[in-house]
Design a protein around this ligand. Structure first.
Ligand SMILES: Cc1cc2nc3c(=O)[nH]c(=O)nc-3n(C[C@H](O)[C@H](O)[C@H](O)COP(=O)(O)OP(=O)(O)OC[C@H]3O[C@@H](n4cnc5c(N)ncnc54)[C@H](O)[C@@H]3O)c2cc1C
Length: 480
């Protein structure tokens, strides 16, 4: 006599008596309808990637997203306008997206890879140069990262999820989770330990496994009572879409560490570029109050001028005055530095593309609980200076999907904590090291105190001359 009851692909353990009873009542059908193997909260890149990874496993999966995904699903960008939210995707993340069948939906015409990265200290001028060709062990080079608009990624993920499947993933967007509770006794069926979510749409879902891919303020994490420790950087990440004076085919990623935070210029196709300028909340507010032309001038200044001059320019508000003050200083710089020591000048900032985000470091003590797992920013959030946040989330998803697949193959319940612990045990140390390194770099570079500047510049110059160490750093950063 059966003790396991199949509901779609979902198996609920129930007794023989209950089985017969639910079979013959409408209540049973109602329960089955709203009970899922996996409910993912969050339709950001982490949540959608997990849904895509679970798709071939024939599990009954629902994804709940608070925002509407309609415009992302029908994303049809104009040729030369780039979104201001762009991420550097590591070769490891790209490989994973290929494996799960998502990358072939990416609009590759809008992706730029870079093989060269130049990083320098704004105070001392000490430099480090990563070149994929010099640093690959066989000298064949290869991309260090791929610059992809987050929208391009999410669109590709939605395309993949919309393809036919034996058990399609249910996507419930434009509806938020308003409450999560356990202890729902659904008549005689014992789902009392399974999380039940109430949505703002009025729907209610019960999950064998609830995954929080719901970002830094994760409601799933709050429900699970999992602590997240960390601090705010008192910096904002200012982003914008930019146009370069000419299309620099060198495909270089530039980053200059200023005492107020690093400024990065990352290549996009056809002479476009993406800005990530981490700076004080006051500077971020100031930049947002200026005209786009004035911001362009300040971005050029931030890559070229000394700290005293830059500080002075950052106090000005008038577009013409900023331009005048920058231009005579710029003329004093060596012409040959253009394109090798500094990026090509910015000439345009795309309309309404300037935005800013508070930057913080958070890490949860655990990523799992009874019938709970956290992935991506819900589990850890980091400073964007190394372009790792989204990539760490991809690593989480790859690991969790593998752990769940193994559990299914072994006949285990995928919501059991002992199953989920394997995921946490594998991912926590990797993320912890990366978050720690990024945090130290942020702290070491956010000062112009002379002894610290001397020490960090000495360290940078040593690393610059040690290819073995540079190769190790690149291996960690690219994930391969
Ligand atoms: C300026 C900046 C630059 C960055 N650059 C890079 C980079 O180059 N490379 C990189 O790897 N990373 C980068 N990152 C980090 C990266 O953007 C994040 O790590 C990544 O987007 C996190 O994705 P996620 O899906 O985990 O979370 P999120 O993108 O935060 O998604 C969470 C989702 O959950 C939904 N949600 C929340 N609450 C609810 C609820 N109650 N009900 C329903 N839905 C809910 C939200 O609407 C959201 O869609 C950058 C970050 C910043 C700020």
């Amino acid at each position: 006599m059966p003790f396991l009851r199949k509901v779609g692909q979902l198996t609920i353990s129930i007794g023989q008596r209950q089985c017969r009873r639910y079979n013959s009542t409408k209540k049973y059908a109602d329960i089955a309808k709203d009970v899922y193997d996996v409910v993912i909260v969050g339709g950001g890149v982490s949540g959608l990637t997990l849904a895509a990874a679970l798709k071939p496993m024939n599990l009954k999966v629902a994804l709940v997203e608070g925002m509407s995904l309609a415009s992302t699903g029908s994303w049809d960008p104009s040729f030369d306008v780039y979104s201001n939210r762009v991420s550097s995707i590591t070769p490891a993340s790209k490989k994973y997206l290929e494996q799960i069948g998502v990358w072939n939906h990416i609009d590759e015409m809008r992706v730029e890879e870079y093989e060269d990265m130049r990083v320098w200290d704004g105070v001392s001028g000490a430099r480090i140069h990563f070149d994929a060709f010099d640093l690959s062990s066989d000298g064949t080079g290869g991309a260090m990262a791929y610059m992809v608009e987050n929208l391009n990624l999410q669109h590709a993920l939605l395309q993949h999820l919309s393809e036919p499947a034996d058990v399609p993933v249910t996507i419930l967007d434009n509806t938020k989770v308003s409450e999560i509770k356990t202890g729902e006794e659904l008549d005689d069926v014992d789902l009392s330990k399974w999380p039940t979510l109430t949505l703002t749409s009025g729907d209610s879902l019960t999950a064998r496994l609830l995954v929080g891919a719901d970002g830094v303020n994760s409601p799933v994490r709050a429900y699970a009572g999992i602590d997240s420790t960390g601090w705010d950087y008192n910096q904002h990440g200012v982003v914008a879409s930019l146009k370069l004076e000419w299309d620099d085919r060198q495909r270089i990623a530039w980053q200059r560490f200023l005492p107020t935070g690093p400024i990065a210029l990352l290549p996009l196709p056809d002479g476009n570029a993406s800005l990530v300028w981490s700076t004080t909340p006051e500077h971020a507010a100031h930049l947002k109050s200026l005209t786009p032309k004035a911001v362009c001038t300040l971005v050029n200044a931030a890559f070229r001028l000394g700290m005293v001059d830059l500080k002075y320019l950052m106090r000005l508000t008038d577009e013409d005055e900023i331009k005048r003050e920058f231009e005579w200083r710029d003329e004093l710089l060596p012409v040959e530095a253009e394109g090798s020591a500094f990026p090509v000048r910015i000439v345009e900032l795309a309309e309404k593309s300037l935005a800013s985000f508070p930057l913080r470091m958070r890490h949860c003590d655990t990523y799992v609980g009874p019938r709970i797992a956290l992935v991506g920013d819900a589990a850890h959030t980091t400073h964007p200076l190394a372009g790792q946040g989204l990539n760490l989330g991809q690593g989480d998803v790859a690991c969790l999907a593998r752990v769940l697949e193994q559990a299914i193959a072994g006949g285990a319940d995928i919501g059991e904590e002992f199953v989920l612990q394997k995921y946490w045990a594998e991912r926590y140390p990797v993320n912890h090291v990366m978050l720690g390194v990024i945090d130290k770099i942020q702290k070491i570079y956010c000062t112009d105190c002379t002894p610290v500047v001397k020490l960090r510049s000495f360290g940078l110059e040593i690393v610059q001359n040690l290819d073995v160490v540079k190769r190790m750093i690149m291996k960690q950063a690219t994930g391969i």
